[in-house]
Write a protein that binds this ligand. Structure first.
Ligand code: NAP
Ligand code: G3H
Length: 484
């Protein structure tokens, strides 16, 4: 199936149950962000191949939807078993391809196995309802409405580079359990991990045609996939820029978008600073800040700002920096362009008077963790998502001011509030315009049975296992007109 030449594997695409090279005769080299070498090549799939796999998906979806939930679930549980067998290999692939440290990569794979099994259980326990017509004025008891959930058809799943296994399976598993077929387009940097994950699904014996994996640059096949009339629903995770494009291109197609963020950590004067620092540090810097839910700004009460900054400085300087294979917290960014972008934000802030507390050293795409104090609202880093290891600190005079600045952002993914006063926490939680507010904890997706959503430029619709199944199915009403 895979072709190995000069120690570099060329991976086939997965077309309707068959592993094949693309007719384009073109492949894309995948560079490891930390080994700085080509670790594999993936197919550049053509538009006509997209047509063929969507056609096959349409055909395979009908018999799949007729299977019982238990039968569908059995395939997915086998998939989870296969992933469990190859979890070390898959974790290594994730580490090599996207530079996540080995421990976190393994954590991602294990989380995915649990997510697939949980999705099966959740789908087994979801059920329809019935309603009598007499609840409405003038309605009649003889009208019995049976409300069931039915699949949408073919779901297009598009995932980002930073969780190449988990954020793909969290679309594929609910789509399949809801009775849909799937076209999976992984992030190009993330394709090898995606392919290995689908090899496990193939081993589980999934019926041919039901799922296809199309690799290729989003800029080349993305619009074609999004606008394809054979697609019935799109589940997308990635940047706000790409999400907005999808929203313009996909006309009257149900769309779930999980996009970027600029999550604030609001630190009140009565916060437990040890709890606060621990959460801000892991929130801002794990995987070098390449998480949508990373803490991307701190809004701290003036009264405790000096104390907080001193503690954050010590913690930042203790972070391990280096190789993902050594389980470093700070690892090389996904590519040089990403590192240039972060450096540009730091330079802009320093040029406008921010204080460099620590960090700002760079070797290629490896940036040391950087703490910026006295950041003001005229600086880009106050508003733009860096997706890298830089944390701006904005000093405020009150909780009201912190909430105002939090809400001024175009993003609305999550926010943290650190305080020991639960009334204050709940008041703030009510006022901050985001999908989720964390009280005394770092922003984070999950546990995966929780709803996960962003508002404003952070997204549309809700993920989390239960909500994903809902978004990938629809209500179907059958009215039985009984004899009076
Ligand atoms: P991205 O550049 O937007 O790419 C995401 C996916 O979209 C990739 O598969 C990409 O393919 C594809 N794509 C690109 N252009 C497309 C087009 N015209 N049509 C259809 N698909 C297209 O995002 P990323 O750099 O991978 O991920 C980082 C961003 O994702 C950050 O902003 C982060 O906050 C956000 N994110 C959000 C969440 C969340 O749940 N809210 C989770 C993770 C990440 P190629 O790789 O081939 O370009
Ligand atoms: O990158 C975005 C992910 O949805 C974040 O997930 O909070 O579990 O790291 P996480």
């Amino acid at each position: 199936m895979d072709i190995v030449k000069n120690d570099v594997t060329t991976y086939p695409a997965y077309f309707a149950g068959d592993w094949q090279a693309s007719e384009s005769n073109k492949t894309i080299a995948i560079q490891s962000p930390w080994r700085h070498e080509t670790i594999g090549r993936v197919q550049a799939v053509t538009q006509s191949e997209v047509d063929q796999v969507i056609d096959a998906a349409k055909k395979a979806q009908k018999p799949w939807a007729k299977l019982s939930l238990g039968e569908r679930g059995a395939y997915l549980n086998k998939w989870a078993d296969e992933l469990d067998k190859q979890k070390d290999d898959l974790a290594t692939a994730v580490m090599d391809e996207v530079g996540k440290n080995y421990k976190a990569a393994k954590g991602e794979v294990v989380r995915t196995i649990n997510l697939i099994r949980y999705t099966v259980q959740e789908a087994l326990h979801m059920h329809g309802e019935s309603v009598r017509g007499d609840g409405f004025p003038g309605g009649s008891k003889e009208k019995l409405g049976i409300i069931e959930r039915v699949p949408l058809g073919v779901v297009l799943a598009i995932s980002p580079f930073n969780y190449p296994v988990n954020l793909s399976a969290s679309k594929i598993a609910p789509a399949l359990m809801a009775g849909n077929a799937v076209i999976f387009k992984p992030a190009t940097q993330g394709s090898i991990s995606g392919i290995k994950m689908i090899q496990a699904l193939d081993k589980a014996g999934l019926p041919k045609g039901l799922l296809s994996l199309v690799t290729g640059h989003g800029s080349e096949i993305g619009d074609y996939l999004t606008e394809h009339p054979g697609i019935n629903m799109i589940s997308f995770t990635g940047s706000t820029r790409t999400g907005k494009r999808l929203s313009q291109k996909s006309i009257m197609i149900p769309l779930v978008l999980e996009l970027g963020g600029k999550d604030p950590a609001i630190v009140c004067s009565d916060a437990d600073l040890d709890v606060t620092v621990k959460n801000i540090i892991s929130g801002a810097f794990s995987y070098s800040g390449q998480r949508c839910t990373a803490v991307k700004r701190v809004l701290v009460d003036d009264k405790i700002a000096d104390q907080l900054v001193a503690k954050l400085k010590t913690a930042v300087e203790n972070l391990s920096v280096g190789s993902p294979a050594d389980n470093s917290t700070i690892v090389p960014l996904i590519d040089n362009k990403a590192a240039d972008f972060v450096s540009g934000l730091i330079d802009d802030a320093l040029g406008k008077g921010a204080t460099l507390v620590t960090g700002n050293h760079r070797e290629g795409n490896l940036l040391t963790p950087t703490l910026l104090d006295n950041v003001t609202q005229d600086m880009d880093v106050a508003w733009i998502e860096p997706f890298g290891p830089v944390l701006p600190i904005i000093r405020v005079h009150s909780l009201d001011e912190a909430i105002k600045i939090a809400n001024k952002s175009s993003f609305g993914l999550q926010a943290s509030v650190f305080t020991q006063d639960i009334d204050k926490a709940l008041e703030a939680a009510g006022a901050i315009e985001v999908g989720t507010v964390q009280v005394n904890g770092r922003p984070s997706r999950g546990p995966d049975n929780f709803p996960f959503l962003g508002v404003k430029a952070s997204g549309m619709g809700t993920q989390g296992v239960h909500n994903s199944i809902l978004s990938m199915s629809r209500e179907k009403l059958t009215v039985v007109n009984l004899r009076p």
